[in-house]
Write a protein that binds this ligand. Structure first.
Ligand code: PLP
Length: 383
C-alpha cells in the first residue's frame, strides 16, 4: 500500500532520542525543547515560540492568552479541521462559522467585513453580536492545506473592530504570504502543529509563535500550570500543555530538514497538478497569487462528469493506493451544528470534491507515477 502521508525519520531523530534517554532529560524541561523553540520561531520569522503538547493545546492557550473567554464568539472558517473549533470550545466560547473564499478556500475577508457591519455593534471596547448578544472576541484565520489566508485585509478588518487575531497555521510552516513567513503576517499569535501527519512532526506537538514577548510569556505561564516561582504557587487555573524533550528531539531533527521537506511537498503537488491537468473534471487546489503554499497535502479537485471522491477512493485502495477525502466543514459536525454561521455555499460545494493523494516527503517518482497511472485508469474507465 502506498500510504497517504508518513513521516521521514531518516535524519538525526534516532540519535537525538538516544541523547534524551542517556541524559535522562525526557520530560518537559530539556535542551531540545529550548532548541526547538528557537528553530520554530526562526523558521516562522517570529521573535519567539512556546512549544506545546499539541497544536490543539497551543491554539487553546493562544486564545486564552488574547482574552477569549466563556460565552464569547470567535470568527472561524467552517472549512477547517475540527481541532480549530474544539480549541474555541475549550475556552467556553463558540465559533461563529464563516464561509471561505472560492479562490483560496481560506477565510473570506469581504464576508467577514460585511457580516460584522450587518450584525455587530460596539459597546465601549467590546464588539457585540446583535442576534446572540454575545461578545465577538477574536478571529482565527486558518492557513488551509499550508496555504496562508489573505491576511492583510483580514488584519485590517480585525483592527478596525478591535478584534484579536490568532492564526491557525497548523500545517503552514515554510509557507509565505506576499514574501513574508507566517510569523510576520500581523496576527497577535500564530499556532503550528507537529502532529504525525504534518510536514514536520514531533510525533505529536504544537507551538505558539509570536512577536509580543509579554503575550508569549503569558502563553508559557498558562501551559505550565500557571506556576509562580519554583514552588507550589499558582495564580490561576492553568494547563499541563508543555512539549516533552522526547518530542522536541524528534522535532529538532525534523526542523533541520524543514526546507528539504517543504520542497519535497511542493514538488509532489506540482507533479500531480501537471500530470492530471488534461483530464476534464479535474482541478487543482487553489493557488492565490499572494501566497506560496507549504503544500501540506497534495491531490486534486474531482468534479462531474467524473465519478465522486467516494467512488474513486475504494478503487484506488484496490490498486494499493491510500487516497482520502478532506475536512468536512464544522457546520456539518454534530458538536458545532448549532453554532452561528454565515451562508456556506463555497464550503458546501468544495469539501466533497477534494481528493488527497499520497504525498509523503520521501514518495519516489516511481511511486507517484504509479498513483497517477492508477487514478487515470480509474477515471478513463469510468462509466
Ligand atoms: C493538525 C491541525 C490542527 C491540530 O493540531 P494537533 O497537533 O493535531 O492538535 C489544528 N488545525 C488544523 C488546521 C490542523 O490541520
Amino acid at each position: 500500500m502506498i500510504p497517504l502521508a508518513v513521516p521521514d525519520l531518516s535524519g538525526n531523530e534516532a540519535r537525538y532520542l538516544q541523547e534524551c534517554v542517556t541524559s535522562t532529560f525526557v520530560s518537559s524541561v530539556g535542551p531540545f525543547v529550548d532548541r526547538f523553540e528557537t528553530m520554530v520561531a526562526q523558521a516562522a520569522g517570529a521573535t519567539g515560540a512556546v512549544a506545546c503538547a499539541s497544536g490543539t493545546s497551543a491554539l487553546h492557550a493562544a486564545l486564552l492568552a488574547v482574552g477569549v473567554g466563556r460565552d464569547d464568539l470567535v470568527i472561524l472558517p467552517s472549512f477547517t479541521f475540527i481541532a480549530s473549533a474544539n480549541a474555541v470550545a475549550h475556552c467556553g466560547a463558540t465559533p461563529w462559522l464563516f464561509d471561505v473564499d472560492a479562490a483560496s478556500w481560506t477565510l473570506d475577508p469581504a464576508l467577514v467585513a460585511a457580516e460584522l457591519a450587518a450584525h455587530c455593534h460596539r459597546d465601549g471596547d467590546r464588539v457585540i453580536h446583535g442576534p446572540s448578544g454575545r461578545r465577538v472576541a477574536a478571529m482565527v484565520p486558518v492557513h488551509v492545506l499550508g496555504m496562508p489566508a489573505d491576511m492583510d485585509p483580514l488584519i485590517e478588518v480585525a483592527r478596525a473592530w478591535g478584534l484579536k487575531v490568532v492564526a491557525d497555521g497548523a500545517a503552514a510552516l515554510g509557507a509565505a504570504y506576499k514574501g513574508r513567513p507566517i510569523g510576520q503576517l500581523g496576527a497577535d499569535l500564530t499556532m503550528v502543529s507537529f502532529n504525525g501527519n504534518k510536514t514536520v512532526t514531533a510525533g505529536g506537538g504544537g507551538a505558539v509563535i509570536g512577536n509580543d514577548a509579554d503575550l508569549l510569556k503569558l502563553v508559557r505561564h498558562l501551559t505550565t500550570t500557571a506556576r509562580v516561582g519554583a514552588d507550589y504557587d499558582h495564580d490561576r487555573v492553568g494547563y499541563n500543555y508543555r512539549m516533552t524533550n522526547l518530542q522536541a528531539a524528534v522535532g529538532c531533527a525534523q526542523m533541520e530538514r524543514l526546507d528539504q521537506l517543504v520542497a519535497a511537498k511542493r514538488r509532489i503537488a506540482a507533479g500531480y497538478d501537471d500530470a492530471l491537468a488534461d483530464i476534464k473534471g479535474i482541478g487543482r487546489f487553489p493557488v492565490p497569487d499572494y501566497a506560496l503554499s507549504a503544500c501540506w497535502f497534495s491531490g486534486a479537485i474531482v468534479q462531474p462528469p467524473l465519478p465522486s471522491v467516494a467512488e474513486i477512493r475504494p478503487r484506488l485502495r484496490q490498486a494499493g493506493i491510500d487516497a482520502r477525502p478532506f475536512w468536512k466543514p464544522m457546520h456539518l459536525q454534530a458538536p458545532f451544528a448549532a453554532a452561528p454561521r454565515t451562508k456556506q455555499d463555497v464550503a458546501d460545494a468544495v469539501w466533497p470534491t477534494v481528493l488527497t493523494l499520497p504525498c509523503s516527503t520521501h514518495l519516489s517518482d516511481a511511486e507517484q507515477a504509479q498513483v497517477i497511472a492508477a487514478l487515470r485508469s480509474i477515471l478513463e474507465n469510468a462509466p
